[in-house]
Write a protein that binds this ligand. Sequence first.
Ligand SMILES: C[S@@+](CC[C@H](N)C(=O)[O-])C[C@H]1O[C@@H](n2cnc3c(N)ncnc32)[C@H](O)[C@@H]1O
Length: 160
Amino acid sequence: MKITDNISMDLEAYLNDKKVLEIACGDSEFSLSASKYAKQILATDISLERFKRKNLKEIPQNIEFKEMDATDLILDNGTFDISICYNALGHLESVLNSVLMEMSRVTKENGYLLFIVSWKMDKRILLDLKEMINEYAHLKINGYMGKNRYKVLIIKNIKV
Ligand SMILES: C[S@@+](CC[C@H](N)C(=O)[O-])C[C@H]1O[C@@H](n2cnc3c(N)ncnc32)[C@H](O)[C@@H]1O
């Protein structure tokens, strides 16, 4: 079983029947796994070249793909139940504040922002992010899942 299948299964309660955004999706491995549970997924990345190169024969009907900068999402406020960032913190570290603001803006009030990491370098940035969240009045840490192979920081979007 792929790690993204394992993680999606562990996060089933958050994904089930939800409208989900993934930022910096890369080859979209996480969204493809999460599509087994979510109602609808928008998978975004500043470049979808890696995904296109996969040349998948079949794409689940509940996933849509769009090129989008995570610091400037062309999406309405409060559109998604959950916004997810999987293994992309290393690429986003220098713009993390803007990314957080945008993920929060497009997520519904009382929805969740999920940061999932399995890489060592990203695990260090995840801990920095965990500290950062205390500085945002409208975001609250709701949980931290520390498995052997991956970690998940679950943030509640208190107010859009
Ligand atoms: C390490 S890859 C991880 C991709 C994917 N989540 C995965 O696990 O395969 C990081 C991704 O971040 C994307 N990225 C970098 N800066 C971005 C930005 N400002 N907005 C959206 N995506 C960005 C890159 O294009 C790349 O696909």
